[in-house]
Design a protein around this ligand. Structure first.
Ligand code: PEP
Ligand code: MN
Length: 337
């Protein structure tokens, strides 16, 4: 970080400023920027809040040169993070992990049919919402605990790891049989929830909020990492734009961009971004091509009967040919499904 200061700053004020930063483990070295008196700040500058720095006496401007997230940064940890799920699967390694399942769990019978189909297709992880944060309070809110019980049964019967979304801290102990805890787009900035998930060690699938910048997503991951949980998977799920032709805009550039900045695995959820099953195959292939470590898809036996997100859910019968094509794309970039 560089700060410029007024030329009439007194020696006493400089001394006090040095003391202030020292307490924050930040060192100052004086320099000149043209005519301007300036200081280069080194050390734990990621802990500095620009707004507070600008309030210090005689500070005129403040320019950040490094990112405010530290633990998520590739500069801090050069090797890729591989998130192991129950020592069964590894997310962030050579293999691209497919996660599929219904938007929300509606019955044991339906969930079982989907799990059986995933098993046949060798899809290694199943998703299913039990607590559903919906835009309208009148829409189906999920089976809640009953949904988690069904998922737990499916997990035991099929030996398949489960992803499900948490919406509040007080539910955490209900997620004992969930293998990957999802933080939905709406909760990406629920910092208290993120802190609580940082204090346990199950993998967390952190979705990008539709209005969140890449830096904000990484800072949200920092909340989990800095509380002690290194098992974070980032998920691009579309951002809001002026064009309503698709539900959101699938920002695939975020995948290579995130990979330039972080060691964390990045997966893509084309379903929520596109909102239309007809676009899923093409964008899944594109997501594989641009380097995603995993793909999360909403799939159903019978999308017409869905209680949530039916329009974007792919029929299970379409999955086999999608996987075959995805395998070809993956091979072309030296990866596998
Ligand atoms: C979901 O995955 O079911 C979901 C609600 O997604 P998002 O948080 O991305 O809207
Ligand atoms: Mn959904």
């Amino acid at each position: 970080m560089i700060i410029t200061v007024s030329s009439n700053i007194t020696n006493q004020e400089v001394k006090e400023m040095i003391k202030y930063f020292k307490q924050k483990n930040v060192n100052l070295s004086e320099t000149l920027l043209g005519e301007k008196k300036a200081f280069v700040l080194t050390g734990d500058t990621y802990k500095l809040d620009e707004q507070s720095v600008l309030c210090l006496p005689k500070v005129l401007s403040c320019i950040r040169l490094t990112k405010t997230y530290k633990l998520a940064s590739l500069e801090t940890k050069k090797e890729k993070t591989i998130v192991n799920v129950n020592s069964q699967i590894a997310i962030g390694d050579k293999k691209i992990i497919f996660i599929a399942g219904p938007c929300s769990i509606v019955s044991y019978e339906d969930a079982k049919k989907i799990a059986a189909a995933l098993n046949n297709l060798k899809i290694p992880v199943m998703r299913g919402g039990a607590f559903k944060p919906r835009t309208s309070p009148y829409f189906f809110q999920g089976l809640e605990e009953e949904g988690l019980k069904i998922l737990s049964q499916i997990r035991n019967e099929f030996n398949i790891p489960i992803v499900s979304e948490i919406t509040k801290i007080s539910d955490l102990d209900k997620f004992a049989n969930v293998d990957i805890i999802q933080v939905g787009a709406r909760n990406m900035k629920n910092y208290e929830l993120l802190k609580a998930l940082g204090k346990q060690n199950k993998p967390v699938l952190l979705k990008r909020g539709p209005d969140a910048t890449i830096d904000e997503l990484l800072l949200s991951s920092e909340y989990i990492l800095s509380n002690g949980n290194p098992n974070v998977i980032l998920c691009e799920r579309g951002i809001r734009s002026f064009d309503k032709s698709t539900r959101y805009v699938l920002d695939l550039s975020s995948v290579p961009l995130l990979k330039k900045q972080t060691h964390l695995p990045v997966i893509v959820d084309p379903s929520h971004a596109l909102g239309d099953f007809a676009l899923i195959e093409a964008m899944t292939l594109a997501a594989v091509a641009c380097g995603a470590d995993g793909i999360m898809l909403e799939v159903l036996e019978d999308p017409e009967k869905a209680l949530s997100d039916g329009k974007q859910s792919l029929k299970i019968t379409k999955l086999a040919s999608l996987l075959e094509k995805a395998q070809k794309v993956a091979s072309a970039i030296g990866r596998e499904i």
